[in-house]
Design a protein around this ligand. Structure first.
Ligand code: AMP
Length: 399
């Protein structure tokens, strides 16, 4: 342990209170991970039913309510985020009063697809072709430059595939503009080349206050209608690609002087990595680390923001996470499986809402495949596990 870590560690006593901006399932899982560390939490969220409030006291307020923010700041030792779209000015306001990790500049860059892609490019990390779009004429110019197919996205506030319009040909420009054009002057727009990727990967990594960097094994992800459906770790990908993906994540973290956990999302196309985006927080594709790694992303995020020594990111076996979107399936199918771990976020069902997940963890790829088959069969969800099982077969055949 370095001297700086020892000084910081000595402050991590049972009365350390971590403030979390945003009170969703990520804040809830942070609070659960913080309990063994003796931490207290305070969550700020405008929603009365914020699910983290089932485990941590809630300040119910908007991020621009500076009276409530002052009360929040007075009750915490350090602040972090469950939600990356906290307004950058609110994050800066808080950072003037209490330590805030990740720092507001990192948050601001990660909030803006144009800023983050520009940073990736500056760092020598390949990205899909992109162009800023601030008018209808600029959209035509961007289509002419990038070609089709392509995707028009909001620069800010998009998530889970929302705020996106796919253009198959230039003839789709009118439809794209009538769907998203009004947002050109509010959150901004960016046009990106559509990438015919073979795999979607994410690097979940953590950087400490002292600059120590660690990454978990790279994860492969599958989406359904833009929402994460399944994650498999370790990804079945060539070691050279893994090394490059982790090097990219390290370069981004160092450039932003990042502290905490983050995710770097990458497309793998014809053996090349293209960076899609980063999430400046713990990430859905890292939920498997709760049972599948020596230290979870949630615990290591807390260790990082508190200046404590980081825990090992070593995997414990093979893991596959299945997201529950809209409503929970029958818990018993997972609970009665020897590899099953059930997570219910305590949310009411709603279409498109992440309400829980399951992680199946096993000692080897063969056992994980069998567990996925058992659980999917019991739930009638064979389709959700088909791609991860296919990838696991690749790992067994060494392809
Ligand atoms: P995003 O919000 O940018 O993460 O997009 C949600 C999902 O849409 C991604 O995980 C991909 O599956 C898909 N997607 C986003 N951008 C592209 C792209 N440029 N080319 C192909 N697919 C994309």
């Amino acid at each position: 342990m370095t001297a700086a870590q020892m000084t910081a560690a000595s402050t991590a006593n049972p009365i350390t209170t971590v403030g979390i901006l945003g009170g969703g399932q990520l804040a809830r899982m942070l609070a659960l991970a913080g309990a063994p560390l003796g931490l207290r939490f305070l969550v700020l969220d405008a929603a009365a039913d914020a699910c983290a409030a089932q485990y941590a006291p809630l300040v119910r307020a908007d991020y621009h309510d500076f009276t409530a923010m002052a009360g929040f700041a007075a009750r915490i030792d350090v602040a972090t985020f469950d939600f990356e779209n906290v307004p950058a000015d609110s994050a800066r306001w808080l950072a003037a009063r209490k330590p805030v990790f990740p720092n507001p500049r990192a948050l601001a860059v990660a909030q803006d697809r144009l800023a983050e892609k520009s940073l990736f490019r500056e760092l020598g990390i390949a990205v899909p072709a992109f162009a800023d779009v601030d008018s209808r004429a600029a959209l035509d110019a961007a289509i002419a430059k990038i070609g089709t197919p392509c995707i028009l996205k909001t620069r800010r506030l998009g998530y889970d595939g929302k705020g996106q319009f796919r253009l198959r040909t230039a003839a789709d420009a009118d439809a794209a503009w009538s769907t998203l054009g009004a947002q050109a002057m509010t959150v901004g727009l960016i046009l990106e080349a559509f990438v015919p990727f073979q795999r979607e990967l994410s690097v979940i990594a953590v950087r400490g206050r002292d600059g120590e960097f660690r990454a978990w094994p790279v994860t492969e992800n599958w989406h359904d209608h833009g929402i994460l459906s399944a994650s498999l770790a370790p990804a079945v990908v060539d070691a050279v690609i893994i090394e490059k993906a982790v090097a990219h994540a390290r370069a981004v973290a160092e450039a932003l002087d990042y502290v905490g956990v983050f995710a770097l999302e990458l497309f793998l196309v014809d053996g090349e990595l293209l960076a899609n985006e980063m999430a400046p927080r713990v990430h859905n594709s890292g939920h498997w680390t709760i049972e599948g790694a020596e230290t979870s992303q949630f615990e290591n995020h807390l260790r990082a923001v508190l200046g404590l020594p980081l825990g090992s990111t070593r995997m414990v076996g093979h893991a596959c996470m299945l997201n529950w979107i809209g409503a929970l399936p029958d818990a018993n199918a997972v609970l009665c499986d020897p590899c099953g771990h059930w997570h219910d976020y305590g949310k009411s069902p709603r279409e498109g809402r992440k309400v829980g997940h399951a992680t199946l963890r096993a000692d080897d790829a063969e056992s994980l495949t069998q567990a996925l088959q058992r659980v999917a069969h019991a739930l009638g969800r064979e389709q959700q596990v088909a791609a991860p099982i296919h990838a696991l077969q690749d790992s067994r055949t060494g392809s």
